[in-house]
Ligand binder design. Structure first.
Ligand code: SF4
Length: 480
């Protein structure tokens, strides 16, 4: 059987530079550091599940469920994840297995039954596609107003596809070649990026980005995101970044951030890939330009930090002058335990990495499988942060990246005889909202901001009237 790095679920994502399709046998399971043959990246898609021998330890119905769920939600892994991160003696409970392999409970029962029936009957593509599309549409593929509220427009009122500008200081850019990942997280809030062009946010050209940045001198931060920009070859990444460094009119862009999970899923990217050194030279150029380079690394569990190669990768990235900051959501089945966070933050600080954000799982995709009530998430954060030294207390949260902004749960208090959540914005569509404390009636079951009610019998939160006005302005097409 050919090994072709195919697009994910039902012909979804486009191929990325370093996820080049190749023919030949599956690569070796061995990737020791210092091996004379450098490991080469190969994606494993849902069509190649039968080629992962470790899956044979699972009951047949569980293997079937993986097939069913991966028709709807994207699946991709690679041999580093399979052979070095997953502890197969603990499967299905292993956190990295849960993080990367579709699980039976990720679709609701009715949707699961519909797709299972189609798979069992070996139904034709034409019959499966509309069912899958309808299920995906019901999973809130673009949460937090990403399509309606975040995409800016140019002077001719044309949407700048592949750019998001939600907060005054920060612009997100989705380079077209960076819209896959070395493996896919089962809980991904950007899963829609991987399931077909219609649902995807991306830009082919950087010219619109540069014009937009030049027109917005308040922007200090450019975040390259995806997907994972680290799937791009270094020269392609440089084509986006070098013009920013060179343009005097973009001097206000002081911080370049790169959102990535490559340190977890393919740390060889920074150590053994053909262009690893070229990539690090690009990082050095960014730092030499006087800018701050922040690698926004995504780690969910301390196990991801345990291999020799990830530690070598971290050292190499830090040696360029870049700062690695970490962020992740609290997820049932993976890290809903303060001890996991405590150890992860301790390990990160020891490795010179800065804990940055603890998020609430977002309201999209397989949320029903992973979500943890806000109160439990808060308890996990509080218990973990209390057990680490000040160096790890840089981490903020729990934070909800919601439609109006990033809302932090500060705590639970009794105020005027009422039990309330104390909240504040860490980022807001209106910067004036940032830092203002506000109160929601305590609800032990709530899992997201839209399930909370204002405390003290009030009708609306303080920001809602203004947020409605922002929404109305966007709906009639005015510029940001
Ligand atoms: S690495 Fe990030 S973008 Fe990629 S699948 Fe995981 S959460 Fe999604």
């Amino acid at each position: 059987m050919d090994l072709v790095a195919v697009d994910s679920a039902n012909g979804g994502a486009s191929r990325s530079d370093s996820v080049v399709a190749r023919r030949g046998p599956l690569p070796s399971a061995e990737h020791p550091v210092g091996d004379s043959v450098p490991p080469r990246y190969r994606a494993i898609s849902e069509r190649q599940l039968a080629r992962i021998p470790q899956l044979a330890c699972l009951p047949r119905d569980h293997r079937f469920a993986i097939q069913v769920v991966s028709r709807v939600l994207p699946f991709r892994t690679n041999r580093y994840v399979v052979d070095e991160l997953i502890d197969w003696s603990r499967v299905p409970d292993d956190p990295v297995y849960q993080m990367t392999f579709p699980q039976p409970g990720m679709l609701d029962e009715r949707d699961f039954a519909r797709v299972a029936d189609l798979v069992r009957r070996d139904a034709p593509k034409e019959e499966i596609a509309p069912v899958v599309t309808a299920i995906r549409e019901g999973l809130n593929p673009h949460p937090a107003g990403q399509r309606e509220l975040n995409i800016p427009k140019d002077a001719h009122d044309t949407a700048l596809e592949g750019i998001q500008h939600k907060y005054r200081e920060t612009v997100l850019f989705f380079p077209s070649r960076g819209q896959t990942c070395h493996a896919y997280c089962t809980f991904c809030f950007r899963w829609a990026q991987f399931v077909g062009k219609d649902m995807k946010i991306y830009a082919k050209q950087a010219s619109g980005l540069h014009r937009h940045l030049a027109e917005h001198p308040d922007v200090t931060d450019l975040l390259l995101t995806g997907g994972d920009p680290m799937v791009m070859k270094a020269p392609n990444l440089a084509r986006y970044v070098d013009p920013v460094l060179a343009a005097p009119e973009l001097a206000h862009v002081q911080n370049i951030r790169i959102g990535t999970k490559s340190l977890t899923f393919w740390p060889h990217r920074f150590v053994h890939d053909d262009d690893a050194d070229e990539l690090l030279r690009l990082f050095e150029r960014i730092v030499a330009s006087g800018r701050h380079l922040a690698i926004m690394a995504h780690f969910n569990h301390w196990r991801e930090l345990g291999t020799q190669v990830v530690q070598q990768a971290i050292r190499r990235v830090r040696d360029t002058g870049a700062v690695i900051r970490t962020q992740a959501p609290v997820l049932r089945h993976i890290n809903d335990d303060p001890a996991v966070w405590e150890r992860m933050w301790r390990d990160q600080v020891r490795l010179g990495v800065v804990p940055y954000y603890l998020f609430v799982e977002r309201d999209t995709g397989a949320r029903r499988y992973f979500e943890v009530p806000l109160e439990r998430t808060r308890q996990i954060y509080s218990a973990a942060i209390a057990r680490v030294s000040g160096l790890a207390r840089t981490v903020r949260g729990p934070s909800m990246s919601a439609d109006p902004g990033k809302v932090e749960i500060i705590g639970v208090q009794e105020v005027r005889g009422e039990r309330v959540f104390v909240l504040r914005f860490l980022q807001g569509r209106n910067p004036d909202w940032v830092g203002v404390p506000f109160f929601a009636a305590f609800d032990p079951k709530a899992t997201w901001l839209d399930q909370l009610q204002p405390a003290f019998g009030e009708n609306r939160f303080f920001f809602e009237d203004e947020f409605d006005a922002i929404r109305r302005r966007k709906a009639v097409g005015s510029k940001p």
